[in-house]
Design a protein around this ligand. Sequence first.
Ligand code: FAD
Ligand code: NAP
Length: 494
Amino acid sequence: MPDGVELTSRFESLKVYDDPLEQGSDADFLKSCSGTLSEYIQSVLTSIPNCDESTVTLPSLPPERYRVIPKQEFTQGDVSECNFRYSPEDSPVKAKICEAKRLSLKDSLKPVWHFEVEPNSSVHYSPGDAFGFFIENDSHLVSWLLHRFNVTDNLYVADTKSAPPKSFEVSSALRKQFDLFSPPKKSLLRLLGEFCVDERERRILLLLSSDVGRDTYRSLFIRERVSLLDLLVAFPSCEPPLEKVLDGLPFLMPRYYSASSCYESKENTIDFVFSLAQYNIIAGKRWTRKGHATGTLDRICTQWDKRSLDDVQLTIFHRPSNHFRPPENLDVPYLMVCAGTGLAPFRGFIQQRRRKYTSILKTATGDYSMGQVYLFFGCRQVGEFQWYLDEIENDMSMLPNAELFVCYSRSTDDAMYVQDLLKKHAEQVNRLICSHPSSRIYVCGDGANMAKGVQESLSDILSEYHCSNKEDAKKFLKKLSDEKRYVQDIWFWG
Ligand SMILES: Cc1cc2nc3c(=O)[nH]c(=O)nc-3n(C[C@H](O)[C@H](O)[C@H](O)COP(=O)(O)OP(=O)(O)OC[C@H]3O[C@@H](n4cnc5c(N)ncnc54)[C@H](O)[C@@H]3O)c2cc1C
Ligand SMILES: NC(=O)c1ccc[n+]([C@@H]2O[C@H](COP(=O)([O-])OP(=O)(O)OC[C@H]3O[C@@H](n4cnc5c(N)ncnc54)[C@H](OP(=O)(O)O)[C@@H]3O)[C@@H](O)[C@H]2O)c1
């Protein structure tokens, strides 16, 4: 191994973990992390029933697809420039980050950032639309992987299933095409097991992939988010050929972010908001893993400095929303409900409404009507999202019949969730929904908890003020949903 390579690649691989520098020297850290990880995995494995390996059911091995070969051996098809895997209907554009501002407080539970991107060609979008972001894997991590697999950078990955066959430089393929952090599939675990030299490591991985390892699989990979890279650290005798591992990896998927601006307000840049996804892997130990996209975006935003980050290029594409967009006519009343980063699209809704209203004022003869709009928003504490809220409040104050309601879930005197805030203003909420045959309800953000709570509150409110009972209220909401008047843009993750 050339001098310094091991140290550098090991050090850089630690970027997956939080603040490696605080953990002592790079080599010490990796050593401790590999020991702790193996210990942890092995302690979890005590929950696998004691059984004879030959009696368990193993998954099939991943189907063969890739070959890793020297360039000169590639005879069919072309050596292509490796790109992300997008669908034919997506039209990706290059974009550069041109602004980043923190929306969370220093002591907030998780960082939240507003950032702006400048696409290299103008993209016409509507409020409520999202953009897909392709974020490549960290190049240092890729170097670490190549080193771990004993693969030199002048090799190529041939995709035998693409028509015509294509091949890519191995490092580009690892950066742009493969998801290295989603939970390893059972077929991949079996493959890793088959290639362990150490009998104990082999047995552990095979059991983890099998039917008897189902519960342990869930706790290690789904709950604790142990990844392929962790396994490669914890099972040093595992030496599969890289091409076989690629067969077992999913494609790297885009992450979606709702535009938080409106096209008419600024045509050349698009605003977004994200909160950092963090997973505490290996409960009770010291690692926090960051989400693939938000981890990278957080690093970029934290180091934000216009001069040094001028060349941070992203690949994004427009994903229009079918129904999550404000009504065309300004007289249609609507209710917006959100928590945390779910605020993003509604900033665009309000910006657009204000622009439309201003242009009506310039041209109309007084013959216009503005429907009621309410925005209900919940976050943890006063000061979070503050400049967004100030801006939105200012825009709403310029609009007739527009009102902002905010609550804080960790306030010391009046803590509540956004669905409780809806109930606090139940009569107004009911009046808005029932006042117009085309009124709308929009909900954005976390689908697992918040959106359910909001739906429950809406049925309580409607059953109290509009319908005869809760059953009728639920049917009423279902009807609104079928008519695309109750629209949710929600996301389940983890
Ligand atoms: C329409 C839409 C709009 C969104 N808008 C915002 C927003 O404005 N702000 C915000 O903070 N978040 C938003 N999200 C959530 C966001 O896309 C990411 O899921 C979130 O930021 C975590 O990504 P990560 O890569 O950091 O985390 P990771 O942990 O790396 O990824 C999250 C999990 O989701 C899976 N996953 C993510 N994207 C895909 C995909 N495209 N296909 C299949 N699986 C996938 C990953 O495999 C992983 O298991 C939105 C989601 C959708 C669907
Ligand atoms: N278009 C989309 O699909 C879209 C757009 C933007 C964001 N998102 C996604 O939405 C999710 C949430 O975003 P975030 O990270 O900004 O949220 P967050 O910071 O985790 O939470 C925001 C607020 O919601 C509260 N909350 C927790 N449980 C709740 C519940 N059951 N009901 C109501 N409120 C609840 C939190 O309170 P406590 O912590 O005090 O309990 C906090 O005050 C993320 O997954 C993000 O990726 C999706």
